[in-house]
Design a protein around this ligand. Sequence first.
Ligand code: F0G
Length: 440
Amino acid sequence: MPSILQCVDCSQQYPIDTVVYSCGACGGLLDVRHDFEPARQGLTQNLFDGRLGALSAPYNSGVWRYKELIYPGVDDEHIVSRMEGNTNLYELPKVAAYAGVDTLFLKHEGENPTGSFKDRGMTTGLTQAKVLKMKRVACASTGNTSASLASYAARAGMQGIIFLQNQQIALGKLAQGIAFGAICLQINADFDRNMALAQQVSARLGMYLLNSVNPFRLEGQKSIMFEALQQLRWQAPDWIVVPGGNLGNSSAFGKGLLELYELGLIDRLPRLAIVQAEGANPLYRHYKSGFRQYQPVKAQTIASAIKIGNPVNVSKAIRALEWTGGVVEAVSDQQIMDAKAVVDAVGIGCEPASACSVAGARKLARRGIIQRGDTVLGVLTGHILKDPEATIGYHADTLPQLKPQHRNEMLQAEADIEEIVALLESAPAPAPLGAARSQN
Ligand code: F0G
């Protein structure tokens, strides 16, 4: 077998086709580990570059293009794919100026089929569910995981079951879960409680759990880094900046970057900056304590995607920080929404949690941790249409405790030409982007 499951804490191993999410011996998280040695000579930049633009499965997917690094032994006919990935990498000088750096790239994972990076983890997750002959797949979610699971379960012909909180789920996400035909459970609990419930109910009913505690999810999410590095012609940036919620992406990025480096596909490791919302910052606090005292928090933030107080992947995220010389930052809701408005106003757009990448880069640059001349690659994790209420609330200035710094106020007029012309002639020019109007 070219791949096995291995505990990150005690190295206990399990066959790849075991239904297991944590180590039976010590309770630690599991990695999918691949033996790259037999194929090592062939794992070159040219191999992956030669597949760019592929028209047929599996290499037309931005995940399965790197199949040898994701799940080498899997049978192609088990692969459940929506041609995910293949997302754009934007170089955005105006957003760079706002962040206070010369070069900023944003990789837009909101351009995936269901509008978030989760599709990269769901293609591998549902593929493994097929390998294991599962009938039902389940997750707890702040919304994006459930939208993605519902879509991929439908494609695979399996029943999706999603555990949702009954408050603050963004409408674009809820609508997808329902429309794609998953069983939608709205539960009177926050994400952290739902996560525990989903784990227990899945074990009891034999449903395959597809939260990021499932290591196959993270194998797919590694491809965000593979594709971004390929788009940069395999030249590593100085920094990768990513929002942190359940810490699946951060963990996947650390593993993926290390694998690229060990295989000689990149010649240095970028540093990872994980950015949490101030009201949902257990990793940030842990980091600040020198990793001495981990404590879950009761989460609260407008960035509902990352409203998570007890992330499941803490130990893997710490490992990723160690491997890459990484840092953790926290940003306020005000900083998140202002950064989002800046990303939106250049015509790209993202959901609130995604803007942590830009708000975090800006804060780290102000603190001198990111240098102006550093090359920064931020990940936008979700699409602007996921959470229209937050966007409209910002520009209508109806969000509590927030003062929009980059507001695009709606104008109202009667159906009268003179009034409309007068209004347009007196309308203020859009505020220039950059530091000028921002107080933060
Ligand atoms: N950004 C978005 C848009 C998300 O949906 C999530 C997580 C994150 C960032 C955080 O990523 O968990 O890998 O650290 N959303 C999950 C969900 C929790 O249920 O959709 P992470």
